[in-house]
Design a protein around this ligand. Sequence first.
Ligand code: Q9C
Ligand code: ZN
Length: 342
Amino acid sequence: MKTFFSEDHRLHFPQAELSGGEFVTPFERPSRVEYIRNRLISRGLGAIEDPGPVDMDPVQTLLDPGYLRFLETAWADWKAAGMAGEIIAANVPARGMHMDRVPDFIDGKVGYYCHASETAMTAGTWAAAQSSMASAQAAVRQVIGGARSAFALCRPPGHHATRDQYGGYCFLNNAAVAAQMLRDGGAARVAILDIDFHHGNGTQDIFYDRGDVPFASLHGAPQDTYPYYIGYADETGRGAGEGANLNLPMPPGTPYSTWSEALDSAIARIAGWGAEALVVSLGVDAYRDDPISFFKLDSDDFTDAGARIGRMDLPTVHVMEGGYAIEAVGINTVNVLEGFLG
Ligand code: Q9C
Ligand code: ZN
């Protein structure tokens, strides 16, 4: 399996994450993907290639143009306004306020286009987000070209980003654009299976009204974890998308015996949807030692999960999402891919 990876992820390295009322070194840090790359090499999983430039056409078609312009200019606007630090959202539109009027001043714009203030933006964030997207796109081209699978080693991750909001360490929804590109490449129905510990709110939202890109997510129950306000089992899709959204929230302490049953039901639903291609939002933060998550998967469980996904026998683009147990993130990620390959 080929991997696509851009060194430009290093351009995104905020110093601060707001966590428990303190600024801490972000959990989503550059070394994460270095561990994954080193493990890919030591296990001989296949070539690792630079993706080349991003293609913004499918990104602009799927996402909000005003949001993309904001991401492009946010740092310059922030600095021009005399802000001393990294971009952090301090205000967001709340109940009773206008949800659809974009402020002129950058401080207000930031809150308009952000849903979670733990995530900081810096000078290189936009370039890094685009290079992350480029890896997803190169992996899609590989699969459209006939490969059974490809791995997009994306950083920053994407599944929390909606059409017009960033947050949860995500700026551009790589998996969503990958699925749309597989549709455009000829697959009539493209399923997205999100095994990251957190609910893929952005991906769900982007395709919620559509039946051609069904979405299934295994995640920590929203009552107990981010993104808190979405990810319930009764969110089943809307209009043409009714029945094409499957949420499988699970409580703190969930072991692999329970998680794997949920995975099997997601896999059965994807088969029932008649998917012709698959995008896996591949987060490994369901790991027992993940510092911000509460599932109890062991490293070997990720191999088994990958094998179950592989038995779906669909052309598959794996897109990297979360996973913050730095020492194990490479092992766990490559275990999924090796299990998939069988
Ligand atoms: N005090 C992904 O896994 N909440 N994003 C962190 C830490 C945000 C996770 C709380 C978690 C976002 C791609
Ligand atoms: Zn996650």
